[in-house]
Design a protein. Structure first.
Length: 487
């Protein structure tokens, strides 16, 4: 008994490894688990197919047997893993222990594998335990901008503006649903039959949207909009010919002069990327408050406060929408308010903020042209149901918003700022806008690349007076530049 009394002092003794835990658990079932090698033909054991960066090579990776084997290893690991402990120890140590476990299980299963194949299955089991399973290799490729999971066996990616079908697949709908639940749980949200649609984000800021049955008829569906690890710089925008130098200089001057800017464009056109890029020109000493449904802005300033909406719970309580956050932001002495995207009645509060001293704010909106953007804003303000006359709404819009930046994804997959437009007033019950710069399309070349040129519209913008009184000058000849693209 005396030795037992000293046990608390010796508690830091090494805990059994994963391999030891699993070995003890499998001692009772190893005979049952092992299968005669005669049931597997030699050709099946030695099949080696071409490898893909997002899939495993070797012994029939896309077969049900492969998923069955990996799933069996995963289930047995979960049975002995202390997940809290695993998350606190180095990944390399976890990998080495899981490697020993996998080697033992493969011996039990009589599965011949090369060292490379064994390392690959260890990596995939690690992805299942610590990551997002089959999605992990895709998330590690920086060239992929979108991951689109139509069903468990049909996964597309977008690379360089082009959609491609990948050989990546999940085991079944249940496996895909498990990965979705794992993603949304990380941000404190849920997805189930009562709430079958959910927005979330990954740790790197990538935006996630998922929908599950009964609304998704073919099983769970998932989309991931990737965001780079760094904000696109001015040099990169110019190198990609998203914009020409004089246009960028003009927009930088407008941001510094606290001009309110609306960024308009379609889905996937690069609105948020443009907003991130323009935010770099906001002076570092200003206090900025960001409001988003799903946090994805990457502002580089030091004085930034970030807000994110919250969906209601099961009893339809506790929901916080953008309109409530805009009101809260106004009480926190902001120099600028940046709304990730205007979607509803919060447009009214945002408009009032812009007209009551919070100048230089920015937001994005889904629209095809600058004029359409104002029509959508007007409709959103009417959602507030305050019986505001249309004429008053138009006057406030024309007074608050000075510039509209229209971005578009063209047919060759390239993204360009196709209009920088200035609000000049109200005419015949609509907001009148006039282009300052625009991208003039002229055709498509033999490689399928869009041809055109960036150029000035020919009319001096009224905003030049604001720039002058703000002490911000533009280089000589800024309106004379013409940039040919693929011509």
């Amino acid at each position: 008994m005396s030795t037992d009394s000293n046990t608390p002092e010796q508690s830091p003794a090494p805990r059994p490894s994963l391999a030891q835990l699993l070995a003890a658990k499998n001692n009772q079932t190893v005979t049952k688990s092992a299968r005669p090698a005669a049931k597997r033909s030699a050709p099946d054991q030695e099949t080696h197919g071409p490898r893909h960066p997002a899939t495993a090579g070797g012994f029939a990776r896309n077969t049900d047997r492969y998923f069955e084997l990996k799933s069996e290893i995963h289930k047995k690991l979960i049975g002995v893993l202390d997940l809290d402990r695993v998350s606190s120890i180095p990944k390399e140590r976890v990998r080495s222990e899981i490697g020993r476990v996998v080697e033992r299980l493969l011996d039990d299963e009589r599965v011949p594998m090369t060292t490379a194949e064994q390392n690959k299955i260890v990596e995939e089991v690690l992805d299942e335990v610590l990551g997002l399973g089959p999605l992990e290799p895709l998330l590690k490729e920086p060239s992929i901008s979108d991951i689109l999971v139509n069903s468990y066996n049909k996964v597309y990616i977008e690379r360089m503006g082009r959609l491609q079908l990948t050989p990546v697949r999940f085991r079944d709908n249940g496996h895909l649903l498990h990965i979705i639940e794992k993603i949304v749980a990380q941000v404190g949200r849920r997805v189930d039959e009562a709430q079958p649609i959910v927005d979330a984000r990954l740790q790197d800021g990538s935006r996630v949207n998922a929908i599950i049955p009964p609304l998704a008829l073919d099983g769970p569906s998932l989309s991931i909009r990737r965001f780079g690890r760094h904000v696109i710089t001015s040099e990169e925008m110019l190198a990609n010919r998203t914009i020409m130098p004089s246009m960028l200089q003009f927009l930088a001057a407008c941001v510094q002069a606290k001009t309110t800017i609306l960024i308009s464009g379609g889905t996937g056109s690069g609105k948020t990327t443009t907003l991130n890029a323009l935010s770099r020109f906001i002076p570092g000493e200003e206090r900025i408050i960001t409001i988003e449904d799903t946090a994805e802005l990457q502002l580089q300033q030091r004085h930034v406060v970030k807000f994110e909406t919250r969906p209601a719970n099961l009893t339809k309580e506790g929901g916080i929408n953008q309109r409530m956050l805009v009101r809260t932001a106004l009480r926190m002495r902001p120099d600028r308010i940046v709304v990730g995207e205007c979607r509803g009645a919060e447009a009214l509060d945002m408009l009032q903020a812009m007209n009551t001293g919070v100048e230089g704010s920015m937001t994005t909106i889904h629209a095809n042209t600058p004029r359409d953007a104002f029509s959508r804003l007007e409709a959103m303000i009417l959602m507030a149901d305050l019986q505001i006359p249309t004429r008053v709404i138009l006057q406030q819009l024309a007074s608050a918003i000075k510039m509209v930046v229209q971005v578009s994804r063209l047919q060759d997959g390239s993204r360009k700022i196709i209009n920088i437009s200035e609000v000049i007033g109200i005419k015949e019950d609509h907001i009148e806008v006039r282009d300052v710069f625009f991208f003039e399309r002229v055709g498509v070349n033999a490689e399928g690349k869009v041809q055109g040129r960036f150029r000035w519209s020919g009319e001096a913008p009224k905003i030049l007076h604001r720039l002058k009184i703000s002490g911000i000058g533009l280089p000589d000849g800024v309106f004379d530049e013409v940039l040919n693209v693929n011509l």
